[in-house]
Write a protein that binds this ligand. Structure first.
Ligand code: HEC
Ligand code: HEC
Length: 102
């Protein structure tokens, strides 16, 4: 009888610990979104015309760069790779855009 009681207490204890050890939920990268992966772009900047429509650009910007229409340096005039390229790239598993040395 006493063993069962100890077992139950230990079981409860284990569940209580598991509740706290759960990994934190991380929000997917989204512009002005929440969490460490949020995409941040200087709000004073106006998006260039080739970004339009933005849903299309989000999934086709790599084509423009790989076709040679733009270089990565063109993008970094406005974008900080840490806060508006690589947070998304690391999430989807694409290689990181190098930060240019100043
Ligand atoms: C003149 C400044 C400027 C340049 C140059 C520029 N961008 Fe942007 N970009 C912006 C702005 C501003 C936004 C936000 C637009 C919006 O949310 O409507 C944006 C948004 C984006 C987004 C979408 C982020 C999201 O998920 O909402 C991607 C991807 C992106 N840019 C990639 C690029 C790439 C790749 C290049 C180079 C070929 C580039 N940008 C060049 C200003 C720029
Ligand atoms: C909202 C998410 C997102 C953002 C923000 C983003 N990218 Fe991408 N990028 C992707 C995805 C997804 C792919 C891969 C698509 C595929 O392989 O089909 C990609 C691929 C690329 C590629 C091709 C990589 C390769 O090895 O072929 C380049 C170059 C690139 N992105 C540049 C940039 C630059 C520069 C920025 C910042 C200005 C940027 N991206 C911001 C999602 C994003």
């Amino acid at each position: 009888m006493r063993n069962i009681l100890i077992f139950c207490v230990l079981l409860l204890f284990t569940f209580a610990i598991l509740v706290f050890v759960q990994p934190q939920w991380v929000a997917a990268p989204a512009k002005d979104g929440a969490g460490p992966l949020a995409i941040k772009i200087d709000p004073r900047l106006v998006a260039p015309e080739y970004h339009s429509p933005i849903e299309w650009w989000r999934t086709h910007h790599m084509d423009a760069i790989n076709a040679g229409d733009f270089t990565e340096a063109d993008c970094l005039r406005c974008h900080d790779p840490q806060t508006s390229c690589n947070n998304c790239h690391s999430y989807v598993g694409v290689r990181a855009i190098p930060t240019p040395s100043p």
